[in-house]
Design a protein around this ligand. Sequence first.
Ligand SMILES: NC(=O)c1ccc[n+]([C@@H]2O[C@H](COP(=O)([O-])OP(=O)(O)OC[C@H]3O[C@@H](n4cnc5c(N)ncnc54)[C@H](OP(=O)(O)O)[C@@H]3O)[C@@H](O)[C@H]2O)c1
Length: 236
Amino acid sequence: MGSGPAILITGASAGIGLALANRLAGENRLVLSGRRSREECGDALPEGALYVQADLADPKRAVDAIEAALRTERIETVHRLVVNAGTGYYGPPDSEDAEKIRRTLDVNLTAPVLLARRMARRLEKAGGKIVLIGSVAHRGSPNMPAYAASKAGLAGLARSLASEWQGRIGVQLIHPGPTATGMHEKAGYQPGRLGRLFFPAAGMADEIARLMRTDRTVATVSAGARLRRLVRGRWS
Ligand SMILES: NC(=O)c1ccc[n+]([C@@H]2O[C@H](COP(=O)([O-])OP(=O)(O)OC[C@H]3O[C@@H](n4cnc5c(N)ncnc54)[C@H](OP(=O)(O)O)[C@@H]3O)[C@@H](O)[C@H]2O)c1
């Protein structure tokens, strides 16, 4: 594991976050968090990464745990904070009860706001950047209104932080399109054949890593967006 600037990634125990952690391993010091235990992650995590088990459905407790781990490891600066952990439920209107709605909003929105607040000092010291992982669902998505609302909320968070931080800390919002991870099944959605069109998790991680090196403040990564970029590159 590199001893370079620290990169903190939430939701790094599976899916896009795990693929991104493996993509960024080597040159950077990685601090990863997930809901499951380190043992449950098996040998999937990059070697040498610091792992913090923290359930973001309890935002204060989870962010306290992440901060405590940074303090213990004397990590005073965070170069990149990738707020990637996400959850949601898909189904008919009466299937999303108050507890599921609370969980979705706490993991996807309350925790990112709190994490941004608590990590600001470390990010500023590093001249760093927060990278919020949204979703194309932020435009509105049937049968998953709480999830879509939480992702739309990240856009407001990004604009507010950018206005408050005035460039002292960078702010980037990346909206992935459908990606082949376990998320859909966990949410109660079976993509079926449509799943074949999904972005592979490693490919999405590559695109996110590429965008993280740019100054773009908002970007969408989907098969359609990739196609448009290829076409523009060829004919412009
Ligand atoms: N997959 C897609 O099609 C897609 C499309 C657009 C946007 N996104 C966004 O991309 C991000 C990553 O999604 P993914 O597809 O990689 O999902 P995933 O495979 O289900 O992984 C989600 C990650 O978030 C963590 N997480 C979930 N609930 C948590 C909680 N309560 N506390 C702490 N960590 C929690 C999971 O931890 P554990 O595994 O330890 O539970 C896991 O590491 C999410 O923000 C999602 O909304 C995904």
